[in-house]
Design a protein around this ligand. Structure first.
Ligand code: S3P
Length: 435
């Protein structure tokens, strides 16, 4: 992989209007469900990032004809529930935990053997959280001895429906079990310890599949079919979050983000920033393709440190790197607890953010399940993103309040979720360049 370094100059403000990259979670799911549907599914707003492209290529390798993406448009010629073909090679999931975990569920019930592998980061991430429930359903999946990828999914016997109590709040695990449940005998159900993103349930319903949700309990019957539909993928609130924090912390900012997905299982970042004193308006709320969307206007505000309510953690799980930057700029102390899941993301986001913030002179103390940050001044320096897209973008945003230039190493993976970040961000006032 080519080495990419971001250089961010200190200061500036964010103003104007922009539409950030398409929603990553929905883009993955559109390919997966479109591929096993009957008929042709048309997707607009698809995220042309490396993660979703890994999913798209994998389904092409399993014989699905897919056109695009071209200007966000993808056309998927669905092959039906039992139309996927054995790929001739192992499937490369790149950096994407979502691709690997959801596809493991979907592929556990196929009539062929398939291997899923990833890059160095993904190959170090825990997979027992999915192989355990899937094996209870009758799947046979081999991992490395420490439970990490590659995943060798054997050609299994008929899966059976189970009830699974999720041990952690994870939409990926929930989705893996539900997608396997499409191929299982009888009912498959899950209960989650806290509400997590519900894009799988919503999109299955959009494809005409009956999924029941009662509180934190979801269930479906195996053996049905999906009917092709059209999917409008909104801008990703997780990508929008960088700009929400940026416009909040940089004095003189006034920024509008268009057509952002505001599914209530994803809006923790807005709630947390508002608790910190941010000035965020949610405008023109509307519905697009079964998901709520809105335009979001952010003006700079003086932020204060808070104790982040634990119930908001799963609803903002991908936004913590940049929320830590907000905390570093806030007056007083911010305390995060109940967020141990951050340690098993694309990087250990608690440690990696703490290390980078400390290099910049911020008082940040990692804890086993969170962090304590005392707001103050962000200095300059050279930080390491460990190939984690969200760490790289979070430190780029920190430059708005830094006192000296920031050099951010190992940023190539920004293309996994937000291709064009540097150009788009520069267009609204961030002084960042890639080399
Ligand atoms: C995702 C679920 C979350 C999130 C990831 C996308 C999804 O992961 O961090 O970026 O699309 O289902 P977990 O299920 O591990 O919390």
């Amino acid at each position: 992989m080519s080495q990419v370094t971001f250089i961010a100059q200190p200061g500036g403000s964010l103003s104007g209007t922009l539409r950030v990259a398409g929603d990553k979670s929905m883009s993955h799911r559109s390919i997966m469900l479109g591929s096993i549907a009957d008929g042709t599914t048309e997707v607009s707003g698809f995220l042309n990032g490396e993660d979703c492209m890994a999913t798209l290529k994998a389904f092409r390798q399993m014989g699905v004809e897919i056109e695009g993406p071209e200007a966000g448009r993808v056309v998927i010629k669905g092959v039906g529930m039992h139309g996927l073909k054995a790929p001739t090679a192992a499937l490369d999931m790149g950096n994407s935990g979502t691709a690997m975990r959801l596809m493991a569920g979907l592929l556990a019930g196929q009539d062929f053997e398939v291997t899923l592998f990833g890059d160095e980061s993904l190959n170090g991430r825990p997979m027992r959280r999915i192989t355990q429930p899937l094996s209870e359903m009758g799947a046979a999946i081999e991992t490395e001895s420490d439970g990490t990828p590659p995943l060798k999914i054997q050609r299994g016997s008929q899966l059976k429906g189970i009830h699974y109590d999720l041990p952690m709040a994870s939409a990926q695990v929930k989705s893996a079990v539900l997608l396997a449940g499409l191929y299982a005998d009888g009912e498959t159900s899950v209960s989650e310890p806290a509400i997590t993103r519900d894009h799988t349930e919503r999109m299955l319903r959009g494809f005409g599949y009956d999924v029941k949700t009662t509180g934190n309990h979801m269930s479906l019957q195996g053996g049905g079919k999906l009917t092709a539909c059209s999917i409008d993928v909104p801008a990703d609130i997780s990508s929008a979050a960088f700009f929400m924090v940026g416009a909040s912390i940089a004095e003189g900012s006034d920024l509008t983000l268009e057509h952002v997905g505001i599914n209530p299982t994803r809006t923790g970042v807005i709630d947390i920033l508002r608790l910190m004193g941010a000035n965020i308006e949610v405008l023109n709320e509307r519905e697009a393709g079964g998901e709520p969307v809105a335009d979001i206007r952010i003006r700079s505000a003086k932020l204060k440190g808070i104790n982040i309510p634990e119930n908001l953690v799963p609803l903002a799980i991908d936004e913590f790197p940049v929320l830590f930057v907000a905390a570093a700029c806030a007056e007083g102390q911010t305390i995060l607890t109940g967020a141990e899941e951050l340690r098993v993301k694309e990087s250990d986001r608690i440690q990696v953010m703490a290390d980078g913030l400390i290099i910049c002179g911020v008082d940040a103390q990692p804890t086993p399940d969170g962090i304590v940050i005392n707001g103050g001044t962000i200095g300059g320096g050279e930080v390491e993103s460990h190939g984690d897209h969200r760490i790289a973008m979070a430190f780029s945003i920190a430059s708005l309040r830094a006192t000296a230039p920031l050099t951010i190493r190992n940023c190539a993976n920004v293309d996994t979720s937000f291709p064009g970040f540097v150009t788009l961000a520069s267009g609204v006032g961030l002084q960042v360049s890639a080399e």
